[in-house]
Design a protein around this ligand. Structure first.
Ligand SMILES: Nc1ccn([C@@H]2O[C@H](COP(=O)(O)OP(=O)(O)OP(=O)(O)O)[C@@H](O)[C@H]2O)c(=O)n1
Ligand SMILES: C[C@](O)(CO)[C@H](O)COP(=O)(O)O
Length: 398
């Protein structure tokens, strides 16, 4: 009998802090979703896999899929658009499955649980076949209280009967799809897992042994812990630093581009592109950190297509080059060297713009500025310059 895995990956990961949605963040060089997909795609009991993804995440999804062996990629069906809640994402994934046997087993799994082991997938499938509805659960080890809105304890629950539940959760396809459709029709939209939805629909749901290692990455701390765990398995990251420097000559004009912003000025800059020294220095710093040439290697000034180009593209490209090697940008630091314009008033907007282009939290972007005390070419206001340092983390093997 066929087993189909639905991987729900349409969330925004808001509790995991700023940056990419958590399922697309790298853990020791591979994305969370890539790791989750690998676990299911390499399991001999899983036939096909369908992900529910956010419509904005198509490119991120494709990069995660690219981490899989080509032979395993064949198990993937085209992704479905997820919805505003996990429940809607599962429903839409079910609706996107090709027609098929209602008795097939559907495993519903959170993309955010990349540590799922083959043994757990196996247990879920077996229990799904045996019972029609089965979920993994762990005994609760803390004492659990029910607490009122005023913070007062109402009751101490009998923890012997409690389980903290995980995914993959296994159900027969027909009843699961029917329960989701009924819940949608009746406006029942607050189920936090499919087990609860099936209980509501009248099914008996059985619990099999879960796995304490199968954590759902939820907070930034979970990511730190996950990295420590992977390092313990020999999958570790190393820090690399790259630097960049760029200069442009002032010419006649009424504005310059700096840090991705159009800044009114009494001069312009001579440049093939938009002449943004901050973004150029950052681009070189990132390329330096991965030892992948420089901005001229990737965007030759002799190539007419880069004439007048917005430098956002250069930085975006370099950030993608880092990520495609499994790297993560930890910090970006820039010093602008010029007498004018004054940078202070633009600093915050610049940090936000750079953070958005490079896909890093704004807290990890620093902009500093200095004059050169009227000495040298910047002091004479013949041009302006920027230097940058990028700190990234890369898988040790890359
Ligand atoms: N609208 C949603 C919400 C969640 N999920 C998925 O459901 C799983 C479990 O959800 P959770 O850990 O809560 O993820 P997020 O919703 O992304 O996290 P947060 O609540 O912190 O934003 C994740 O793999 C998530 O991508 C989904 O597919 N569609
Ligand atoms: C499905 C789940 O992972 C089981 O523990 C959990 O209910 C998901 O909850 P979230 O609020 O969507 O993280």
């Amino acid at each position: 009998m066929e087993t189909i895995a639905i991987i729900v990956a349409a969330g925004r990961g808001s509790r995991a802090g700023e940056g990419l949605p958590k399922q697309y963040r790298a853990l020791a060089g591979r994305t969370v979703l890539g790791r989750t997909l690998q676990a299911f795609a390499s399991h001999p009991g899983v036939g096909r896999i369908l992900c529910a993804i956010h419509p904005d995440d198509r490119a991120l999804y494709e990069s995660s899929v690219a981490e899989l062996d080509p032979a395993l990629r064949r198990k993937l069906l085209a992704p479905a658009a997820g919805g505003a809640t996990r429940q809607i994402s599962v429903r839409q994934a079910l609706a996107a499955l090709p027609p098929g046997d209602g008795d097939a087993i559907v495993l519903v799994h959170d993309a955010a649980r990349p540590f799922v082991e083959p043994g757990l997938i196996e247990r879920a499938i077996e229990a799904g076949v045996a019972h029609g509805a089965a979920i993994p659960g762990l005994a609760v080890t803390d004492t659990v209280k029910r607490v009122g809105p005023d913070g007062a304890v109402c009751e101490t629950l009998d923890r012997a009967a409690l389980r903290s539940v995980q995914t993959p959760q296994a159900f027969r396809r027909g009843p699961l799809a029917a329960a989701h459709a009924r819940a949608a029709a009746e406006g029942e939209d607050a189920f936090t897992d499919d087990g609860q939805l099936m209980e509501w629909a009248g099914a008996t749901v059985y619990v099999v042994d879960g796995d304490s290692a199968n954590v759902k990455l939820t907070s930034a701390r979970d990511f730190e812990e996950a990295e420590r765990r992977l390092a313990g398995r020999g999958e570790s990251m190393i820090t690399r630093v790259g630097t960049g420097f760029d200069v442009h000559t002032f010419t006649e004009g009424d504005h310059i581009w700096l840090g991705g912003l159009r800044i009114p000025h009494t001069k312009g800059v001579l440049a093939h592109s938009d002449g943004d020294v901050v973004l150029h220095a950052l681009t070189d710093a990132l390329l330096g950190a991965i030892a992948c040439g420089d901005i001229g290697t990737h965007f030759p000034p002799s190539d007419p297509q880069w004439k007048g180009a917005s430098s956002d593209r250069f930085l975006d490209h370099a950030a993608k080059e880092v990520r495609s090697r499994g790297g993560r940008i930890d910090h970006l630091d820039v010093t602008v060297l010029c007498e004018r314009p004054r940078i202070g008033q633009h600093r915050e907007a610049m940090r936000e713009r750079i953070a958005a282009i490079a896909g890093v939290p704004v807290e990890n972007v620093s902009i500093k500025a200095t004059t050169t005390e009227k000495m040298g070419f910047t002091g004479r206001e013949e041009g302006l310059a920027a230097q940058a340092a990028a700190t990234i983390r890369m898988p040790e093997r890359a």
